[in-house]
Design a protein around this ligand. Structure first.
Ligand code: ADP
Ligand code: MG
Length: 239
């Protein structure tokens, strides 16, 4: 599903910064992968390229059979909207919209009509246990509830790929466990391909494959066969 070959990225500026230095990585459909590394190692830059939110300078990125290079903004946006759901550390909910309005938004951009949008958003909120919160605003919800709204919003377009940038970074440990369990379930039951960026080994240990990144270079790749025996435990209970 994802093929990266020798990707390079430099941020231009007074002091050009070579952030990704030849990243090659393949991710198959249905994989649950984490990209782990210290702050500043290039994780978000890599995830933004994967999400067609940013361009790369050289190399090759093929997503679902399409070469992602020099797409017009409208084609990039259409492809992104159809293929990818995003989850961010800071939730990125719109503060003046209710939970259900936030979840509807991607369908609005796809031109789905108001009634259909609302109905689907309510279904996704229900699946995530958020029906009572449908008419509430983000600032009335806890961090975990906000992240679940964001996950509902990411899922509503039925994307094949979910990209999550430090999805538990703003959550306490109990809520982090719940969010990782939810992602695990989406991977296992709906075969979503999921890529999580994190600097926390406890989060990476919940995924099936851990890709270590350091200073813009991929190092070790660990198959995490043991991921059910992680410190987070199976049912979200801390061991
Ligand atoms: P991580 O997510 O692993 O913390 P990032 O990919 O965000 O790392 O950043 C890698 C490096 O690139 C950092 O030194 C950061 O300051 C720099 N950087 C990130 N985004 C930009 C940008 N838009 N312009 C210039 N430098 C940037
Ligand atoms: Mg980052």
């Amino acid at each position: 599903m994802i093929h990266l070959k020798d990707i390079n990225k430099t941020y231009q500026g007074a002091q050009p910064l070579h952030v990704l230095k030849g990243i090659s990585l393949d991710i198959a459909e249905g994989e649950f992968v984490s990209i782990m590394g210290a702050s500043g190692s290039g994780k978000s830059t890599l995830l933004n390229i994967l999400g067609i939110l940013d361009n790369y300078d050289s190399g090759e990125y093929v997503l679902g059979g399409t070469l992602i290079k020099d797409l017009s903004e409208s084609r990039a946006a259409a492809y992104r909207n159809r293929m990818i759901g995003f989850i961010f550390q800071s939730f990125n909910l719109i503060g003046f919209k209710t939970a259900v309005e936030n979840v509807e938004l991607p369908l609005f951009y796809q031109g789905v009509g108001r009634r259909k949008r609302h109905q689907m958003a309510m279904e996704y909120l229900e699946r995530l246990g958020l029906l009572p919160w449908a008419e509430h605003y983000p600032n009335e919800m806890s961090g975990g509830q906000k992240q679940r709204v964001a996950i509902a919003r990411a899922l509503i377009t039925q994307p094949r790929l979910i990209l999550a940038d430090e999805p538990t970074g703003a959550l306490d440990s109990k809520t982090s466990v719940e969010v990782m369990q939810l992602l695990k379930q989406l991977n296992a039951e709906e075969h979503k391909t999921i890529v999580v960026v994190t600097h926390e080994s406890g989060v990476a240990n919940e995924t099936n494959k851990i890709v270590h990144i350091k200073d813009g270079i991929i190092g070790r790749i660990e198959e995490n066969l043991d991921h059910h025996a992680s410190p987070f435990g199976i049912n979200g209970v801390m061991k």
